[in-house]
Design a protein around this ligand. Structure first.
Ligand code: XUL
Ligand code: CO
Length: 435
């Protein structure tokens, strides 16, 4: 194997004053924060597709990254060399998790049976590598959107043969994920949506998607997979109208098909922004409805309206969503998957390290700020006080009637006075926790 990362040593924590760009400044994996280590809280994952597969193309130009494994003529050789390099990267970064799509780890064959054999071969090799590496599989997923057969969707395709092909692909992928000890299984909507309503029967497509998800849930139980099934909302791109628009939309869909207990959400930061929400909105929504599962941690670009999938580097933007999470249940069996790619001019091996180190540092720095915020308690006090009167007014939520309320307003001469929402105070308060 050609070790593409040969020149880079294992990344160590050196503290925030280090000038070494290949060291962690905040991400000290074994440091205890809120009763657990930083590593165990954050459960950070490298994504295979952007980090090892993406060649640096954009709509105006092709490959800029010349990774050695990309040159091999033989597809299996390409996959195994890529895998060896991926594990070298995982080990040097000391990352606890990774994520993949089936087609990221191994090429497709000429038909389903061939693809299955190739997948099995690479999955077995990965399984061997997992025995000696610390890294574990956070989640697997099937790519049901790149191949031309899926151009009009997978589960929502007008052709039932494509539905079946996609279902068989998910069966294979969820079983491989289970075999590799994967902790979750993700379904991103891919091309489940439409370009024009002119050629689309929406009700039919909804029923197909509902049926598809039911089949996946049924199979999960059949094979004894204990991980969460996760749906990843995204409003647009690649289709103009994606069916899994945002968390609320997915929750409504799941309830319609009786699946709200079977699926949770994988929330991606920039997908929230593209839906004209904030990331904290999506997290708060998922927590409030008990459907939070995991996170794809990246950022977009405020000047462009598409999914630029950049590495996170802004603690201020992550503070509130991380507070909601770590104040409550934390990430559970989910994690922070760096579904992010370096820029196409960042062509050197160290660029991949700078990106991941920066992201892990940003997340650790945010977690440390969350700890300060929790220990300080004034934010929580503010929220509690704002809703406090509801604790004295229990009958409003249960026993009273509209008439009863009317009588009370009249007899007690209820005359409520508005109170400040204190937004600026809160914004300043939050900023004060970042160090
Ligand atoms: C697409 C996206 C996907 C999913 C996995 O925008 O985020 O990479 O995370 O299919
Ligand atoms: Co994603």
């Amino acid at each position: 194997m050609s070790d593409y990362f040969q020149s880079i040593a294992k990344v160590e924590f050196e503290g925030k004053d280090t000038r070494n760009p290949l060291a962690f400044k905040y991400y000290n994996p074994k440091q205890k924060v809120l009763e657990k280590t930083i590593e165990d809280h954050l459960r950070m994952a490298v994504c295979y597709w952007h980090t090892f597969n993406w060649p640096g193309n954009d709509p105006f130009g092709g490959q800029t990254f010349l990774r050695p494994w990309m040159d091999h003529q033989d597809a299996i050789h390409q996959a195994t060399d890529k895998m060896e390099n991926a594990f070298s990267f995982f080990d040097k970064l000391d990352i606890p998790y990774f994520c993949f799509h089936d087609v990221d780890i191994a090429p497709e064959g000429n038909n389903f049976n061939e693809t299955e054999l190739i997948q099995k071969k690479i999955v077995d090799l990965i399984s061997k590598k997992l025995e000696t590496s610390k890294v574990k599989l956070l989640w697997g997923t099937a790519n049901l959107f790149s191949h031309r057969r899926y151009m009009a969707g997978a589960a929502t395709n007008p052709n039932p043969e494509i539905f079946q092909y996609a279902a068989a692909q998910v069966k294979m992928c969820i079983e491989n994920t289970h075999y590799l000890g994967g902790q979750n299984y993700v379904l991103w909507g891919g091309r489940e949506g439409y370009e024009t309503i002119l050629n689309t029967n929406m009700k039919q497509e909804f029923d197909q998607l509902g049926r598809f998800l039911s089949l996946v849930a049924e199979h999960k139980h059949k094979i004894g997979f204990k991980g969460n099934l996760l749906i990843e909302p995204k409003p647009h791109e690649p289709t103009k109208h994606q069916y899994d628009f945002d968390s609320a939309n997915v929750f409504a869909f799941l309830q319609k098909y009786g699946l709200e207990k079977e699926f949770k959400l994988n929330i991606e930061v920039n997908h929230a922004i593209l839906a004209k929400h904030s990331f904290e909105h999506e997290i708060a929504y998922a927590l409030a409805n008990d459907i939070f599962g995991s996170i794809d941690i990246n950022r977009g670009d405020y000047l462009v309206g598409w999914d630029t999938d950049q590495f996170p580097n802004n603690t201020e933007e992550l503070l509130l969503p991380f507070y909601y999470l770590f104040k409550n249940q934390g990430l559970g069996s989910g994690g922070l998957n760096m579904d992010a790619k370096i820029r196409r001019q960042s062509i050197d091996p160290e660029d991949l390290f700078y990106a991941h180190i920066g992201a892990m540092d940003t997340c650790a720095r945010t977690l440390l700020a969350v700890e300060r915020m929790i220990n300080d308690g004034s934010y929580e006090d503010f929220l509690q006080k704002r809703y406090e009167n509801w604790t004295h007014d229990k009958e409003l939520m249960s026993s009273t009637s509209l008439e009863g309320i009317y009588e009370k307003v009249k007899s007690e001469n209820i005359n409520p006075q508005p109170q400040s929402g204190r937004q600026e105070y809160l914004e300043n308060l939050l900023n004060s926790f970042i160090e």
